[in-house]
Design a protein around this ligand. Structure first.
Ligand code: SF4
Ligand code: SF4
Length: 290
């Protein structure tokens, strides 16, 4: 499978940009930066046997539809990332089965996007660039150069962030999870507790509002996102699927008829019955507190 073949698959999904890095350059960079607190322990073992990686950013529209009364909401990122991931992986899997490429499932894609020059880290810990802001879904593929194919490899980018003196996301975060250096305190981040199967601290749960998945506060205040997307926004919320009472009132029986279609919006990994129910209880409690 050539880079051109991969481009053709991206083209049918969404506007995109990509960079290509040599595996040897990535591993050299990792060795040279092993002490960097922003980087931590990185696992690039998925790249073994592949000469390089193609890291792509695919644009999505971050605009959210109006939320019907009694419903919970999701971040458009999760709606689109589920769709993009399914589509790209279905189209690329035959080449992966032939051993020509490897879809990256566990590699640090944000790091790859940054060191390839595809985007910079914001102090909100999200990657952004001048084209898509931070409204992008990252996707990585291990590649080998095909016979007669010539590849223009990108060099390593060492610029971590371009936020300058801006602090909007730090000031806007409802739980104080961000600091000046751009490090995210995961223990304080609301998103980190949503549908993860972990106990939600009371003070964090209260800040979740009506959110089932995704927070977006630090994303939405960022001036890097000042451009309107020409892409279609996510569809209107389906009232049956997002109505909180449908889950709370049917907890003993019949939840599958809501969970199954919900998984088409956010993916099976997130749409797990017990976790969705737990989140509904938190949102219901928040509603009563208002
Ligand atoms: S809001 Fe400001 S500090 Fe935060 S990511 Fe955007 S540009 Fe950077
Ligand atoms: S996702 Fe929400 S809680 Fe997490 S850092 Fe951003 S604003 Fe704060």
């Amino acid at each position: 499978m050539t880079i051109k073949d991969i481009e053709n698959i991206f083209e049918k999904t969404s506007p995109y940009m990509y960079r290509i890095l040599r595996t040897a350059d990535i591993l050299k960079w990792q060795e040279e930066n092993s002490e960097n607190e922003h980087i931590g322990v990185l696992d690039f073992s998925e790249l073994e046997g592949f000469e390089g990686v193609l890291i792509a950013a695919l644009e999505y529209n971050p605009q959210e539809p109006e939320l019907p009364e009694g419903c919970m909401s999701i971040s458009p990122y999760y709606y689109f990332s589920n769709r993009y991931y399914m589509k790209l992986s279905n189209d690329l899997r035959p080449a992966e089965d032939r051993g020509e490429i490897r879809i990256l499932r566990n590699s640090p894609l944000k790091v790859l996007a940054n060191i390839s020059g595809l985007g910079y880290y914001g102090k909100n810990s999200i990657i952004h660039n001048g084209e898509f802001g931070s409204s992008m879904f990252l996707y990585g593929v291990g590649i080998n150069v095909e016979e007669n194919e010539s590849i223009e490899w990108n060099g390593i980018n060492n610029v971590f962030s371009d936020c300058g003196s801006c602090r909007r996301c730090i000031e806007a975060c409802p739980t104080g999870a961000l600091d000046e250096s751009g490090l995210l305190n995961r223990g304080k981040c609301i998103r980190n507790y949503m549908l993860e199967g972990t106990q939600v601290p009371e003070e964090i749960g209260k800040k979740m509002g009506k959110r089932l998945l995704g927070c977006d506060v630090c994303r939405n205040v960022c001036p890097k996102n000042n451009r309107l997307s020409a892409r279609e926004r996510m569809p209107d919320y389906d009232r049956e699927i997002f109505l909180i009472r449908n889950y709370l009132d049917n907890r003993e029986k019949g939840l599958k008829r809501f969970i199954n279609p919900l998984s088409e919006w956010i993916g099976r990994n997130y749409a797990r019955t017990k976790r969705v129910l737990y989140q509904c209880e938190i949102i219901d409690g928040n509603d009563k507190d208002v």
